[in-house]
Design a protein around this ligand. Structure first.
Ligand SMILES: Nc1ncnc2c1ncn2[C@@H]1O[C@H](COP(=O)(O)OP(=O)(O)OP(=O)(O)O)[C@@H](O)[C@H]1O
Ligand SMILES: [Mg+2]
Length: 452
């Protein structure tokens, strides 16, 4: 390098002071030269423009004029350190600092400081680049980014809200469809119950008459049979004819099975009556007489009724009862609901062969009413079964094991009480039935709860 002529030096030699003057005059960065005492001894035109001073005004002023007061101390300390040690953070590398315009407005600036020695004097040359536009731009970009982020979050929130609304809508729609379907079925059930009820009444009456008369006829036949030797003596032909007829109708068998046949028929009739009654319950044909109900007592009574099955299946009953608000209704009907649900839970446990089977009973005040949950760890409810659960005569049980009326009746009863009955298949297996009945207080105030 030493053999190469230094072009800058050559240029300076050729152009003399014109070179530096031209350079400083047209430079877009501000250049401020400060002497050892801290006085400004040169500011180029760009510097006067940036700092907003008229030409020549700054000469002789302390350089501290050009930086805000809070930076004076650290900058002076740094210069003192440089004087003592010849090293400084400020010298030789560009730094972010704050400049001060004539009007007192601070502005962000990038400052590079170099030192120039001449004989015994030291000069500091500061090259200062106004970064305010860049800063303003960055701030604008940051503000835009923040705004974008805010809008993005808002959009996300709106999307979540919309999704939730959509879900609620779908659920409501499904519930509405279910309610409408069940209402239609209710009408149908009411119609059938009504139509069947009348013939059923006269079949019942006629059956009683037939049974009474038939017994009388049988007594008459017994009397004739006692007189059969006399008939045979008097008229052997007639006696043979009577015997033939007796054999044809298998009179001995008829006599022996008479009671069983009538008992079976009466039982069948009773079952048809029960079904009709169930349909009437589902269709809410009779408004129950309302009275205050102790729901937990009803639940315990219903449990009593299935105690034998619970023991037989080795089922564990877990209770979580909280005090409930008063509910008005028909205790017998509510018992019937609990019994149906408990029966189903035990059936499901039995079907799944769970050991131990668990029935979890939970009672708590919810939304201005009382909520009872009857859950089991049984076979669960397949998705395909769910929509038909409350439909009369829908059953997945063996023929003869279930009529498929339990849940539809329960639904009708709970509805007649102004409540709701919902089913849920548990992800852990098993099913959960949730009954909610409105509090009779009417104001929705639930009794403060405590465990029972
Ligand atoms: N806890 C449960 N777990 C699994 N499936 C259930 C449960 N409860 C009800 N189900 C399903 O719902 C169907 C209808 O129940 P519902 O009580 O109406 O009739 P059922 O029990 O079959 O007959 P019924 O109650 O008239 O003797 C059942 O056959 C069963 O498939
Ligand atoms: Mg049932």
């Amino acid at each position: 390098m030493t053999e190469q002529p230094n072009r800058i030096e050559a240029l300076t030699q050729r152009l003399g002071s014109h070179f530096a003057a031209a350079l400083l005059h047209d430079l877009s960065d501000a250049v401020v030269v400060v002497d050892e005492s801290g006085q400004i001894c040169y500011v180029n035109p760009a510097g006067e423009r940036v700092l907003d001073y008229r030409h020549g005004i700054l000469i002789g002023m302390p350089f501290t004029r050009l930086i805000p007061a809070e930076y004076h101390e650290p900058v002076l300390a740094e210069i003192a350190r440089f004087r003592e040690t010849g090293a400084s953070e400020l010298v030789g590398r560009p730094r972010e600092l704050v400049g001060l315009r004539r009007c007192g407005e601070p502005f962000p600036a990038e400052i590079s400081l170099t030192v120039c020695y001449r004989d015994t004097e030291t000069y500091f040359i500061a090259i200062l680049r106004d970064r305010s536009e860049e800063h303003a731009l960055r701030q604008q970009i940051e503000a835009h980014a923040r705004e974008l982020e805010r809008r993005n979050a808002e959009l996300h929130e709106r999307t979540r809200e919309l999704e939730a609304t959509l879900r609620t809508l779908a659920e409501t729609q499904a519930q509405l469809a279910q309610t409408e379907r069940l209402a239609a079925l209710g009408h149908l059930a009411a119609g059938i119950a009504h139509e069947v009820n009348n013939p059923l009444a006269f079949i019942g009456n006629n059956l009683a008459v037939i049974e009474r008369d038939y017994r009388a006829v049988l007594e008459l036949v017994a009397s004739y049979r006692r007189g059969s030797p006399a008939i045979a003596a008097a008229d052997p032909g007639l006696a043979a004819e009577i015997r033939a007829r007796e054999e044809r109708i298998d009179l001995d068998y008829v006599l022996a099975h008479f009671d069983r046949i009538f008992t079976g028929t009466r039982e069948g009739l009773r079952r048809v009556r029960d079904i009709v009654q169930s349909l009437r319950d589902f269709a809410r044909m009779e408004e129950p007489e309302l009275q205050a109900i102790d729901l937990l007592a009803c639940l315990e009574q219903s449990l009593e009724m299935v105690a034998f099955r619970i023991e037989q299946l080795g089922v564990r009953v877990e209770r979580e009862y909280r005090e409930l608000p008063t509910v008005r209704g028909h205790p017998g009907k509510i018992n019937q609901v609990f019994l149906n649900l408990l029966d189903n839970a035990l059936d499901a446990i039995q079907q799944a062969g769970r050991h131990p089977g668990i029935v979890r009973l939970r009672a708590e005040p919810v939304a201005g009413g009382a909520q009872i949950e009857i859950c089991d760890n049984g076979c669960g409810i397949p998705d395909a079964v769910m929509p038909n659960l409350f439909t009369p005569f829908f059953t997945t049980k063996e023929p003869g094991a279930g009529t498929g009326l339990g849940l539809s009746i329960s639904y009708g009863i709970v509805k007649a009480h102004g409540g709701t009955l919902e089913a849920e298949s548990l992800p852990t297996g098993g099913a959960c039935f949730r009954i909610w009945l409105p509090s009779s207080a009417g104001d929705g105030a639930a009794v403060p709860a405590g465990r029972r």
